[in-house]
Design a protein around this ligand. Structure first.
Ligand code: SF4
Length: 247
């Protein structure tokens, strides 16, 4: 990555963070950036990383609307009891990128929409910085569609009960890439117990789709040190999508 790339991404995301946290721009000290010695582009890796089973095929009569209706009526796990609204996901039908998060929070539970709180606002800014949005070329969903109480991590059996919905969404959406934000969705999709710090920063083949793990926006809001690696992940995704036939 060039110094200019790093500066422009950092400036943009500083702006996004100020907008989300404060609602106005703050002055920041100029930072020094340098070019990386040898740019590398990660591709789907073949290094023995955990790989999921073969993808289920989308049924001829399946649709995103049908999945959403089934999600809203679902009571297959205990999370149904505490939800206000289920959150099936939203975005375009043929997305460049499917963003997969953990589960709805309070704002999502009350609105029925994914990533609409502060973390969601930062996610939108992050996507926008590389030319992506849920309105034009992304779909956003979670591995569990109902809010876990007190924002706890979803249990393994809850993720398992909800997995068929995610499988069907992926089969229908057929995204060019998946951006997995945070430890929980990444571990759930890749069937691994490795931490997000070890998994992020490189693509993994997920049923023939390049999947890039990165940090969850809420983690970035909590820990400023995660901004830099998250920006680097976004640049990897932008580079992948800029390849001929990818975007
Ligand atoms: S989290 Fe998923 S499996 Fe559990 S009730 Fe909600 S939609 Fe059904």
């Amino acid at each position: 990555m060039t110094a200019e790339d790093k500066r422009s991404i950092s400036d943009f995301l500083d702006l996004a963070e100020d907008a989300v946290r404060l609602g106005y721009r703050t002055e920041r000290r100029p930072r020094a950036f340098s070019d990386d010695a040898a740019p590398t582009r990660a591709g789907p890796r073949g290094d023995g990383a955990p790989r999921p089973a073969e993808a289920p095929r989308a049924g001829a009569d399946d649709s995103l609307e049908r999945i959403a209706a089934e999600v809203c009526a679902c009571a297959s796990c205990r999370l149904a009891q505490g939800r206000t609204r289920a959150v099936p996901g939203e975005g375009v039908e043929r997305p460049s990128v499917l963003v997969v998060g953990e589960g709805p929070g309070a704002d999502e539970d009350s609105s029925g929409r994914p990533f609409v709180g502060k973390a969601g606002q930062l996610l939108d800014k992050m996507l926008l910085s590389i030319g992506l949005s849920r309105e034009t070329n992304c779909f956003i969903a979670n591995v569990v569609k109902c809010r876990p109480p007190n924002n706890r991590d979803p249990e393994a059996d809850e993720v398992g009960a909800c997995a068929a919905f995610m499988d069907r969404q992926i089969a229908l959406l057929s995204p060019r890439a998946i951006l997995s934000v945070g430890r929980v969705p990444t571990q759930a999709l890749l069937k691994t117990s490795e931490g997000i710090g070890r998994l992020r920063g490189r693509f993994v083949d997920y049923r023939g789709i390049p999947l890039l793990p990165t940090y969850h926006p809420s983690a970035i809001l909590r820990d400023e040190n995660l901004k830099r690696p998250a920006w680097e992940d976004l640049k990897l995704l932008r580079d992948l999508l800029s390849e001929p036939g990818r975007s």
